[in-house]
Design a protein around this ligand. Structure first.
Ligand SMILES: CC(C)(COP(=O)(O)OP(=O)(O)OC[C@H]1O[C@@H](n2cnc3c(N)ncnc32)[C@H](O)[C@@H]1OP(=O)(O)O)[C@@H](O)C(=O)NCCC(=O)NCCS
Length: 206
């Protein structure tokens, strides 16, 4: 029996649990800060919040944070990263992850996505469904590449940035920390830290 704890029982958590089941995790339990307001479903029990998990951590073989928001994901990740329970990395069986790429602890690579040659991805990242991170990209910690976003070769993305659904990033661009790239944006030039950009070509939201 392989026992996995997932912190974050929302839609993304459900997708992560589904993926983990395919990869042989046969006992999956959720923990969530809002656990009082959420019901366990018939597939996966909801046992409490993160502090409940911390008390029970020795009962699990692996743990993952499954929260879409980059800031909250990183806060929860910092609570679990030094436990003896392994913080696992998940690769969906229908994702391509190059043998020459690197994935940090707690990172998930979901169905239909690609992490290509010599890409380096940090801890607690989400490479969401149908997205691509091409060769030589350098992706920081707690970055979320949303569904269908395409990151061309040699792009750098700073910690905590969220690359919106269906966006496209030109090769070699440098995206700072805590940047939000809007849905469908086309990013052609560097983006400074702590900014939000939208549109084609992407421009700062004022
Ligand atoms: C960019 C984003 C964060 C802005 O959200 P916000 O701060 O709440 O901003 P608002 O919705 O108030 O929009 C501000 C302005 O930007 C425009 N805008 C917002 N998002 C836009 C987008 N993706 N493309 C083009 N214009 C956009 C709005 O129309 C509005 O314009 P206006 O001032 O002329 O009316 C958000 O719209 C977005 O695209 N989020 C990404 C969602 C995503 O990828 N989800 C994936 C889930 S896994």
């Amino acid at each position: 029996m392989k026992r996995l704890a997932i912190i974050g029982a929302g839609g993304h958590g459900k997708v992560v649990a589904d993926c983990a089941g395919l990869l042989g995790w046969d006992s999956i339990s959720f923990f969530d800060a809002a656990w009082n307001d959420k019901l366990s479903d018939s597939r996966w029990p909801l046992l409490g919040d993160t502090s409940t998990f911390l008390k029970k951590s020795s009962e699990f073989d692996g743990v993952l944070i499954a929260i879409g928001n980059c800031e909250f994901r990183w806060i929860e990740f910092s609570k679990i990263k030094n436990l003896t329970t392994s913080v696992i990395t998940l690769k969906h069986p229908n994702a391509f992850v190059s043998q020459y790429s690197k994935l940090g602890d707690g990172t998930v690579v979901l169905a239909g996505s690609v992490v290509n040659t010599d890409a380096v991805i940090g801890d607690a990242c989400i490479i969401n469904v149908g997205s691509t991170v091409d060769h030589d990209c350098l992706v920081g910690n707690s970055v979320h590449i949303a569904p269908g976003a395409h990151i061309s070769g040699g792009v750098t993305i700073g910690d905590g940035s969220w690359i919106g659904v269906g966006s496209a990033i030109k090769q070699g661009v440098r995206i700072g920390k805590n940047v939000m790239v809007g849905a469908g944006a086309v990013v052609l030039s560097d983006i400074p830290d702590n900014s939000t950009v939208v549109g084609n070509p992407a421009r700062a939201v004022t």
